[in-house]
Design a protein around this ligand. Structure first.
Ligand SMILES: NC(=O)c1ccc[n+]([C@@H]2O[C@H](COP(=O)([O-])OP(=O)(O)OC[C@H]3O[C@@H](n4cnc5c(N)ncnc54)[C@H](OP(=O)(O)O)[C@@H]3O)[C@@H](O)[C@H]2O)c1
Length: 308
C-alpha cells in the first residue's frame, strides 16, 4: 500500500482484550480509504482497569477516537462526558470520539440494523414488532425501531426477566408504546406471529458455531404475508428461520446489512462523512474479506496452540 500518512493523519484505535480475533480495524481502514481520508485505525490491547490511563494517553496524542470491544463496553460509560441516551440505557457504547478533550460515546448496533431494515424498503412507522431475544443487541434495536414510529413491541426471551427489563426501558422513552415481555415458548411464538409485521431475530440461535437452533419453525408460517424477518446473524447467510421465511416469499434480511450500516454510521459519527448507496456492495465485500482473514488467523492461532 502507498504510504501517505503524515503529520495530519488522524489516528483512531480499536481497543479490547484480547484482540486476537478482532477484524474491525481492517474494515475501518478500508472505509477510510474509500472515503479518501488521511486516517488510520490500529489495534491496541487495553486490559481491564487500564481505560483511564489509555484515555489520558489518547488526549495527549490527539487521538480522534476509538471503538470498543470486550471487556470495556460498560466500563467506558462513566468515563465519557456525553453518551447517546439509548446507548447509556442499554450499556452498549461501542464508539467514542474525542472532541476538545471531551469523550462522546455511542452504540451503533441498533442504528445499523434499523438502517438495514429501512434500506430493504420495509415501512417501520406504525409497524408491530416481534423481537426474539433480549441480549445485548435487542434493546438498542427495539429503541431505534420505536424512535422511527413502531407502534408496538413484543419481546420473547428464554429468560423473561431480561425481556421485561427492556420493555421497562422502552416505556421510559416511549410512554404510549405497547411493550410486552414474554417467555420464548412455541405457544407464545405461535400466538404472537399472526400479529407481527416485523420479526427481529436477536438470539444466537442458528449462528455458526453456536449449539442450538429453533426446534420448531411453524410460527414463521403464521406470519402475515407481507411481514419482514430480519436476523442479526450473518454467518450462515441464511439461518433456519430466514430460510423458512424466504421459502414463504417473505421479505428477509440477514445481519450483514446491520454490519455494513454500522460502518456507514461509524463514518458519519467520527468524520461526518456520508457513504452513498454505491458503497453497499463495496462495504459487504470488505466485510466478507475481513471475516475470511479472521477465520484464517483463528486457524493459525489454533494450530500454533496445538503444536505447543
Ligand atoms: N450483525 C451484527 O452487526 C451483529 C452485531 C452484534 C451481535 N450480532 C449477533 O447477535 C447475536 C446476539 O448477540 P448479543 O451480543 O445480543 O448476545 P447475548 O447478549 O449473549 O444474548 C444472546 C441471546 O440469545 C439467547 N439465547 C442464547 N442461547 C439460547 C438458547 N439455547 N435458547 C434460547 N435462547 C438462547 C439469549 O437468551 P437468554 O437471555 O435467555 O440467555 C439472549 O437473548 C449473536 O449471534 C451475535 O453474533 C450481530
Amino acid at each position: 500500500m502507498r504510504v501517505k500518512y503524515d503529520v495530519d493523519t488522524q489516528l483512531l484505535f480499536q481497543i479490547g482484550d484480547p484482540l486476537d480475533h478482532a477484524c474491525a480495524c481492517t474494515i475501518h481502514n478500508r472505509m477510510y480509504e474509500l472515503a479518501n481520508l488521511n486516517a488510520v485505525n490500529l489495534n491496541v490491547v487495553v486490559k481491564k482497569g487500564e481505560l483511564p490511563a489509555f484515555i489520558q494517553s489518547c488526549k495527549q496524542l490527539g487521538v480522534k477516537g476509538f471503538d470498543i470491544t470486550m471487556p470495556h463496553k460498560s466500563d467506558i460509560i462513566p468515563l465519557c462526558d456525553e453518551v447517546e441516551p439509548f446507548s447509556r440505557e442499554f450499556s452498549c457504547v461501542n464508539h467514542v470520539k474525542i472532541r476538545d478533550g471531551k469523550l462522546i460515546g455511542v452504540g451503533l448496533d441498533g442504528l445499523g440494523m434499523v438502517m438495514a431494515i429501512e434500506d430493504s424498503g420495509f415501512p417501520i412507522y406504525g409497524s408491530k414488532v416481534l423481537m426474539l431475544g433480549a441480549g445485548a443487541v435487542s434493546g438498542p434495536i427495539a429503541a431505534e425501531l420505536c424512535q422511527r414510529g413502531a407502534s408496538s413491541v413484543v419481546i420473547l426471551n428464554r429468560t423473561v426477566s431480561k425481556a421485561e427489563k427492556i420493555t421497562i426501558s422502552l416505556k421510559k422513552y416511549f410512554p404510549t408504546l405497547q411493550a410486552t415481555a414474554m417467555s420464548m415458548t412455541l405457544e407464545n411464538l405461535c400466538s404472537c406471529a399472526p400479529e407481527a409485521d416485523l420479526v427481529v431475530q436477536c438470539t444466537s440461535l442458528g449462528m455458526s458455531g453456536h449449539q442450538g437452533d429453533y426446534e420448531d419453525l411453524t410460527f414463521i408460517d403464521l406470519l402475515p404475508k407481507d411481514a419482514c424477518v430480519a436476523d442479526v446473524i450473518f454467518n450462515p447467510e441464511r439461518t433456519s428461520i430466514l430460510a423458512r421465511a424466504e421459502a414463504r416469499g417473505l421479505r428477509v434480511l440477514n445481519g450483514m446489512g446491520m454490519l455494513v450500516n454500522q460502518e456507514k454510521a461509524m463514518m458519519k459519527f467520527h468524520f461526518g462523512v456520508d457513504l452513498g448507496p454505491e458503497f453497499a456492495l463495496e462495504g459487504e465485500e470488505t466485510l466478507l474479506m475481513a471475516l475470511v482473514m479472521r477465520q484464517l488467523r483463528t486457524r493459525r492461532l489454533t494450530r500454533k496452540g496445538a503444536s505447543k
